[in-house]
Design a protein around this ligand. Structure first.
Ligand SMILES: [Zn+2]
Ligand SMILES: [Zn+2]
Length: 218
């Protein structure tokens, strides 16, 4: 079994709305579960996937097997949406599924929010995204990073959440900037031979979508 075959099997399961489990991957790739486990560890070392303590896939960005504050409903599939960035990326990666319904609750006040997100342009809305962890540290604990890339009602709700949690302010994005950030970030990820982008080394992409400042390494 080639590791790129394994990576694609993980991604294509998620794309179809299924969570890729080691047992099923082994059947699909006609190999031993121990080979799948070893392959997943090397994919995790290359940051293509994130594994849980049991060795199963927790995240294969922008897909997630665990709730991180968002759900995304496509035409025929339903996903945990990962973070704000990942949730907004799904319709770009899977245009046949869109526009998708992205839903969340404000971490500060619990108000529900939902948007139809497609590829034609950013959704309407005056909510804001708050990203807690700067690009240089995003992979220190990437589940924590994604868990803290959320959408709030307003700047006031961001401030209330920062006060309540004692966290330091990260960066605040409007929905149009979030949508542009998500638009091409994961391009090619469902195709063979994908070369991943590293947030800390993506200055041109990040500045091109309108981000600025040391938070983004710019
Ligand atoms: Zn709120
Ligand atoms: Zn994320």
């Amino acid at each position: 079994m080639d590791n790129e075959d394994l990576r694609l099997a993980v991604y294509h399961a998620f794309a179809a709305g299924r969570i890729p489990r080691i047992a099923e991957l082994a059947v699909e790739l006609t190999t031993m579960q121990s080979s799948v486990r070893a392959g997943l560890i090397s994919l995790a070392n290359a940051r293509h996937v994130v594994l849980g303590a049991d060795g199963e896939v927790v995240m294969a960005h922008p897909f997630s097997s665990i709730p991180l504050g968002f759900s995304v409903m496509g035409r025929t599939a339903l996903w945990w949406g990962g973070c704000a960035w990942d949730s907004f990326a799904l319709p770009h990666l899977l245009p046949d599924q869109g526009p998708v319904l992205v839903a969340t609750t404000c971490p500060a006040c619990g108000s529900p929010h939902a948007w139809n997100v497609g590829t034609a342009g950013p959704p309407e809305g005056d909510q804001v995204a708050h990203f807690l962890v700067p690009t240089a540290r995003m992979w220190d604990n990437v589940v924590r990073t994604c868990r803290n890339q959320r959408i709030f009602c307003s700047e006031e709700c961001v401030d209330a959440w920062l006060t309540a949690t004692g966290e330091g302010r990260g960066d605040v994005l409007d929905l149009a900037t979030l949508w542009r950030l998500a638009e091409h970030w994961y391009d090619g990820r469902l195709e063979r031979g994908y070369v991943r982008r590293e947030p800390a080394h993506a200055r041109n992409y990040l500045s091109g979508v309108g981000l600025t400042g040391t938070f983004w390494g710019l």
